[in-house]
Design a protein around this ligand. Sequence first.
Ligand code: AMP
Ligand code: ZN
Length: 506
Amino acid sequence: MSNVRVLFKSNYSMIGKLRVFNSIIREKVPFEPLNPPYVGMYVCGPTVYSDVHLGNVRTFLSFDVINRYLRFLGYKVRYVRNITDVGHLLDSGEDKISKKAKLEKKEPMEVVQRYANDFHQVMRTFNALDPDIEPSATGHLLEQIQMIETLLEQGFAYESNGSVYFDVGKYNEAHHYGILSGRKTDELLSQSRELDGQDDKRSPLDFALWKKAAPEHIMRWPTRWSDGFPGWHLECSVMSSKYLGNTFDIHGGGMDLKFPHHECEIAQCQAANGESQAKYWLHTNMLTVNGQKMSKSLDNSFLPWQLITGNHKLLDQGYSPMTIRFFMLQSHYASTLDFSNDALKAANKGYLKLINGLRILKNLTYPGDTSESLNEKQVTQIEKMCDNCYHAMNDDFNTALTIGHIFNLLKKVNSLYTGQLSFEEIGEEIFKKMKSTILTFTEDVLGLTIESNLSGENMLNLVLQEYKMAKDAKDYDKVDLLRARLKDQGIAVKDMKSGVGWAYEE
Ligand code: AMP
Ligand code: ZN
């Protein structure tokens, strides 16, 4: 699966040592996998009831780089990222997927398939590697029911009116509910508000493992408790332990998932398996718009196709997926990142500069007949710059610093190109080291590649997919708009009986 080239003989302690910020102890610590060279990493995936927005994309791209770097260091990574296709409820108690299915008069699984396909297309467009396993909640109902039985047997859960709840009070007798988010149960109790269906619970802090389905609820499965569906938090506990073991190396997700989702995952695993779920917890920070979290519910989200075509009131042009990827990697994954037209414009300039540098580098070869007369100062400087790329990535995957070091190296490349620096001065070995370091870190680790225009296959498919959906929904304004944007790029959309095709305009 992995398309990461390994130019160096990788060895995970080659230069410096990887340190990661472990959210559960709130400290940066050396990364020591439980069973090297294997690394198990679980990342909470999307709930596939609508298009992913760029905030979601930021989180998944951050983990893409983490996955890439771990592989580059020589670890044998098993990367599991789930698809949530049941159990994620709205405040009203309705399942997000059921609601969409009813609205669109579709089978819930049709909704799931469509948005999962869309998600995959988006991630490929942004050059993310596929996970090794992508399990879905509905594909693991038996395992979820089994975990509920275990929790009931061990006294950490109780049945009430056909639903089953996790007993937070009982768990707290021996453990600490709130260990990750730092919340205290008495504070949580005072903040908790009565929501639908809470009458069945012994305490407002208890959370659902199994919910009895109301008659109108379409996603339901029979169990001895009721016809119902699993609670959202359960799937990740079940699927992570199934594929990575009771305790595995890295659990990741956005910071907004720390509470309650990850807190509940931790409690379920500890109670059912008697072991802590993950050694390291990594949390990505939010993509914001004017300082506010990008989110569908706040109506400030940007969808990938809007960004590519520039079709959004806050944008005055379209931006390519690699520009966005560059923009996102220019900040550390644990810092917030504010999204704006100006910030993207600046990123676009930066990306083009990077690409120009890469183009020059790719055409630069060491002249065969050069006699070396090494300039120690230059050699040492370049070696240090190469090492700095490792140090930056080893410092909790600091992509922002890494990009800075790559630019420093590209300055040297430019000097070679213009003749300010000579090949004789740096010698063949350092030239090769510099070239492979730049290419490896840029393309393999950061996943930033030289991109063609809109006719790049993935980008085009993403926009054509949006065009097809707009046509199906008879949204002719959007159809016209997308047609016009593609025309600007020299691409003519062809409506055919068998679907949508395209050709370069004559
Ligand atoms: P969801 O489909 O809502 O469960 O979200 C999928 C992933 O995207 C989760 O890991 C969220 O933490 C993450 N996410 C949601 N909104 C943002 C945002 N504005 N910035 C970064 N990550 C986000
Ligand atoms: Zn999860």
